[in-house]
Design a protein around this ligand. Structure first.
Ligand SMILES: [Fe+2]
Length: 360
């Protein structure tokens, strides 16, 4: 069972270190903020020594070198402080299955992760991906994206606090916010949704909808609520997984460098509309429930969504993002089949291309 401390400050950290009798910490951080992060946690980690591993990128060589450094470090606990990319990498570093030889087998799902090397405590610095709450990790092998799933990847401890949320450009804030928002909405309509996952998704949707504008304007109260929302969005997709908007997003991110949350949000507006217009009665009800949480009429879902993206400063036209018209078909063809299976409606390729043309 994960131990979670949301918006309770960082003072819980020395208590955890004491309880676990931690002598040495293996700290995983990103390359841009590691100095300020080390300084931030120093007062709370006095009882232990720290070996820092800086993630320069998310390539498998860096992750493997992290695994090897960890094995030599004699540490008792891994602490990862950063955004989703850092937390995802630290999750992989925390398991023992990874070595140069079997890395490819593990990411291609041919080999199961069997054991944990050390427990992992994560402290997210963005209010967005919800990676702290999931048992999957996204990595790249060359330009191909893989999502690895294993119970062993779930961090044992989460300290998510407003004081950890790093300042970042508004565009990136909007991208992480729309990732969390899309994840929560997709989770709610996913074929794998359960009462529990819907409870988490509802909490995230309502919090994000209420706090979106204030969060983008750096209001601390709203940031606090976004930290909680991001966590619940992660909890929700950990059960239900993501669906069609995520499945369609990867081509835009890999080929056109569109940030993940932005790429996902681009198609969610029209997919929500199609879900209602062409879905069965049950799916219509699900879409109505989502709209009740957003305080809108279902007829306005698509318009509401693209307006919100514009409020967040996210471009809603594919052509303005440099996407070429001849690639619209490729976006649909390169869809992630695993994610597609979670979508509650089978939408024909021609309809998707027609809708992509409308947002071109
Ligand atoms: Fe996502």
């Amino acid at each position: 069972m994960q131990k979670v401390f949301i918006n309770q400050g960082i003072t819980i950290l020395p208590e955890i270190l004491n309880d676990l009798r931690i002598k040495k910490i293996f700290l995983v951080v990103g390359n841009n903020a590691y100095q300020s992060i080390e300084n931030l946690i120093k007062p709370y980690t006095k009882s232990a020594s720290i070996e820092t591993f800086i993630m320069t990128d998310s390539n498998f060589k860096t992750i493997i070198s992290g695994c090897e450094k960890l094995k030599q470090s004699n540490s008792d606990l891994i602490i990862a402080i950063g955004g989703g990319r850092i937390i995802d990498a630290a999750k992989l570093i925390s398991v023992t299955a990874l070595s140069k030889e079997n890395y490819e087998n593990v990411i291609r799902g041919k080999e199961i992760i069997k054991n944990k090397f050390l427990p992992l405590l994560v402290m997210p610095t963005t209010a967005g991906t919800g990676s702290e709450a999931t048992s999957f990790s996204v990595v790249y092998l060359g330009k191909k994206k893989f999502s690895i799933a294993s119970e062993k990847l779930l961090p044992e401890y989460v300290i998510a606090d407003t004081s950890l949320v790093q300042e970042m450009p508004n565009y990136l804030k909007a991208c992480t916010l729309f990732d969390a928002f899309s994840q929560a909405i997709e989770s709610f309509w996913s074929v794998n949704a359960t009462d529990m996952s819907r409870k988490y998704a509802r909490r995230a949707i309502e919090l994000i909808n209420m706090n979106l504008k204030g969060y983008l304007n750096n209001e601390s109260k709203n940031t606090k609520n976004m930290v909680e929302a991001a966590y619940y969005s992660g909890k929700a997709i950990n059960i239900s997984k993501t669906t069609l908007p995520h499945a369609l997003s990867y081509f835009l991110t890999i080929k056109y460098n569109v940030s993940h949350g932005h790429a996902v949000a681009l198609t969610l507006g029209f997919i929500g509309k199609i879900n209602y217009n062409s879905g069965c009665d049950n799916l219509k009800k699900v879409m109505n429930d989502i709209c009740l949480m957003l305080h809108i009429d279902i007829k306005n879902f698509e318009k509401y969504w693209y307006n919100l993206m514009q409020v967040g400063g996210l471009e809603t036209k594919l052509s303005n993002l440099g996407v070429k018209k001849e690639d619209l078909e490729l976006i649909v063809d390169s869809v992630n089949v695993e994610r597609l299976k979670n979508h509650p409606l089978n939408i024909e390729k021609e309809i998707l291309i027609k809708e992509l043309n409308k947002i071109f």
